[in-house]
Design a protein around this ligand. Structure first.
Ligand code: CA2
Length: 143
């Protein structure tokens, strides 16, 4: 069974509870349960969230040489973390970068991503559906 891990960065544990106009009203755990059912015949989905840069880097190192695919929303660290970009560059598993909001329609500081140069693909502005699209793409390129 194809293994895919979704990795969410800082503050994404607040989804569904704050700023619904930007990030929607669904909490990620409910959405993830739904995704697991939806893809149960095709993929073994895992989920990891941390508010800590080092924990995200450790997770990428842990899964990045064995996992078939990684869906990464690094949250605000996307725009600041050279170290997270370096971690994505160092691993062999394909990474699809996801953003719930359209980062290019927001403040200029959100237009830069330290992840994008090393990502297989980038999805932004599709809401939580972006995670679904990323999984579909990983299944398409991996299997
Ligand atoms: O659009 C995205 O997915 C972002 O990665 C979300 C980050 C933001 O810094 C990026 O520019 C774009 C912020 C995550 C914060 O998530 C919250 C969710 C609910 C309530 C408050 C924050």
């Amino acid at each position: 069974m194809t293994e895919i891990i979704i990795i969410n960065g800082p503050n994404l544990n607040l989804l569904g509870r704050r700023q619904p106009a930007i990030y929607g009203t669904t909490d990620f755990e409910s959405f993830f349960t739904h995704l697991q059912k939806e893809f149960e015949k095709k993929a073994l989905l895992q989920y990891f969230q941390s508010n800590h840069e080092g924990a995200l880097i450790d997770k990428l190192h842990q899964v990045g040489f064995s996992s078939v695919g990684i869906v990464l929303n690094a949250g605000g660290l996307t725009h600041t973390s050279v170290a997270l970009g370096d971690a994505v560059a160092a691993i062999s598993a394909p990474v699809v970068e996801v953003h719930i909001s359209n980062i290019y329609a927001r403040e200029p500081f959100r237009h830069r991503s330290y992840i994008s140069p090393y990502a297989k693909g980038i999805i932004a502005g599709c809401g939580l559906n972006g995670y679904r699209l990323a999984i579909m793409h990983l299944l398409y390129i991996c299997c």
